[in-house]
Design a protein around this ligand. Sequence first.
Ligand code: PHE
Length: 330
Amino acid sequence: MKEWYDAINDATTVERIEEIKISIFGKKGILAAEFAKMKSAPNEEKSKIAKELNTHKSSLMDELSSKKMTLQTQELELAMKAEGLDVSLFSTTSQAGALHPVMETMDRIVEYFASLNFAVKTGAMVEDDFNNFEALNLPKYHPARDMQDTFYFKDEMLLRTHTSPVQIRTMMTTKPPIRMIAPGAVFRRDYDLTHTPMFHQVEGLLVDDEGKVSFANLKFILEDFLKYMFGEIEVRFRPSFFPFTEPSAEVDISCVFCKGDGCRVCSHTGWLEVLGCGIVDPNVFKAVKYKNVSGYAFGLGVERFAMLIHQIGDLRSLFEGDIKLLEQFR
Ligand code: PHE
């Protein structure tokens, strides 16, 4: 019998205890076997053997259940240690969250236009071909679509390539006059130092009666806006082309790094391109069934602004989620 007391003592898992229990008390267990043997013992010894066996029976039972309790407690403690949180442990540095530099820049842009009563519109990131291209005077197979190649779904749906479709959505659902901006994410198949497949734009659109909106209005507001964002800089308008504006212009600011003397960032031109704009093309008004109106529109890339404001060299680093980099802009 002694080996069974030893076995219980040596057991290290609850499972092992259950095995031992079956070996001792099971139908084919050793106690059953001992009691069976007793039957063939001489009669006078029978009661002595029975007594002994019964004593073992109850003390083995006691040993088993007390060892089982001990092991169960141990296993529970181990499990709790492995899964548990030590709530008494706290780190010495406390981390305060902050806005991502791109979002912070976007907020500043929105703030400027909101103060001039521009409504903030959002649109949809998954757009249809009509809003993203067709209504913006970019018919199917127009080569200007190539500049904005993007990600397509079935049924002429795509990730919007710019925030300009929000112009269309707004005009389709609202009567003029309109004064709106549309901040949000846009998508293109680009990836290099200054382009990521997802980036942010802020669109602007102002529509009023025919003859009421001029290029001079557009020029004034953009100059004022760019000085608000970048401080004391020069602004210049360069003739350009967008299918949805006519005439169109690209707007440059004097380089914020070299103050216009010429450096690596501005490719030694002294100027940095920051946005596109123009007078709304009549074909756009036709597409949304607006009559006797005039308007201007502009669009800008928020990451570009953030890079210039914070002097960030590689646009892609903004989206790597690296706290060490991002916390510098708090
Ligand atoms: N949608 C144009 C782009 O993404 C920017 C733009 C908007 C230009 C509005 C003119 C007017 O490049």
